[in-house]
Design a protein around this ligand. Structure first.
Ligand SMILES: NC(=O)c1ccc[n+]([C@@H]2O[C@H](COP(=O)([O-])OP(=O)(O)OC[C@H]3O[C@@H](n4cnc5c(N)ncnc54)[C@H](OP(=O)(O)O)[C@@H]3O)[C@@H](O)[C@H]2O)c1
Length: 246
């Protein structure tokens, strides 16, 4: 039986891992891409293969490297000879105050959130076309309303939003391209970590007064993967944060 194959970038942990697991539960064979989180990716792949043999593979690649992005596309196709679904989920996220921001930060944020997604989409277009497949980009509600203190990240996600619309046109009619724009789901780590007080203030600015879950995102991804007449759309999964007006 020819079960569909999904490549999910940045899928060792957090939202990407939940998306991969949900797709796997629906019968997909999954390719888990990671960069630093190799042990987490190996563990996830091992667990999935234990439960269903030959259903998961792992590929490591730094999306800052054009060569590694190309290799990722080639290796992913070589896994099972086809790609039905590309999920551009990988992302770096940290503040870049304008006067202190560096070219290195620009490259890192643009590469992981935008440039790699673009070139992966281009390089996988042929196999996706053969499979009548689709691309789903993990955008952000801050693609439309810039996140203060995070100009480069906001610019990168705004680019990813336009990439979603643009590639929907470029790749039609065979390939659908859509996006999911999460609101507060999982709190950021390390440099971008937010205090409990800031967390409360952020959630207060949602209509539903709570954070979403990685499952909320994964269910929307699944919906977009299955729904065959939607292309060029980005669904906000944000508890109404983008509508909040006080
Ligand atoms: N969390 C939220 O509440 C939220 C809100 C709005 C939007 N989003 C979007 O939803 C998606 C998932 O969110 P998340 O919070 O789960 O993401 P995350 O944990 O911040 O990042 C996902 C993965 O991206 C990978 N990555 C970063 N830079 C990379 C690079 N140069 N090369 C290869 N991989 C790289 C990392 O892989 P390794 O760990 O393997 O290095 C990381 O685990 C992201 O696109 C994010 O922007 C999330």
């Amino acid at each position: 039986m020819n079960t569909p194959v999904a490549l999910i970038t940045g899928a060792a942990r957090r939202i990407g891992a939940t998306i991969a697991h949900q797709l796997w539960l629906q019968g997909y064979r999954v390719i888990i891409h990671c960069n630093h989180s190799i042990a987490d990716a190996e563990q996830l792949v091992e667990q999935l293969n234990r439960e269903r043999a030959n259903s998961a593979k792992m590929i490591q690649a730094d999306l800052n490297s054009t060569t590694e992005v190309s290799q990722l596309a080639k290796q992913a196709q070589a896994c099972w000879g086809q790609i039905d679904l590309l999920i551009n989920n990988a992302s770096s996220f940290y503040p870049t105050p304008l006067q202190e921001s560096t070219e290195r930060q620009w490259d890192d944020l643009i590469n992981s959130n935008l440039k790699a997604a673009y070139f992966l989409s281009a390089q996988l277009a042929e196999t996706l076309r053969q499979q009548q497949g689709s691309i789903i980009n993990l955008v952000d509600i801050h693609a439309q309303r810039a996140l203060p203190g995070y100009p480069i990240y906001s610019i990168a996600k705004a680019g990813l939003q336009m990439m979603t619309i643009s590639l929907a046109k470029e790749l039609a009619p065979e390939i659908r391209v859509n996006g999911v724009a999460p609101g507060p789901i999982l709190w950021p780590e390390e440099q971008a970590a937010v205090s409990p007080e800031e967390q409360t203030a952020i959630l207060e600015k949602t209509l539903l007064k709570r954070a979403g879950t990685p499952e909320d995102i994964a269910e929307t991804v699944l919906f977009l993967a299955r729904q065959n007449f939607i292309t060029g759309q980005i669904i906000a999964v944000d508890g109404g944060k983008s509508l909040y007006s006080h």
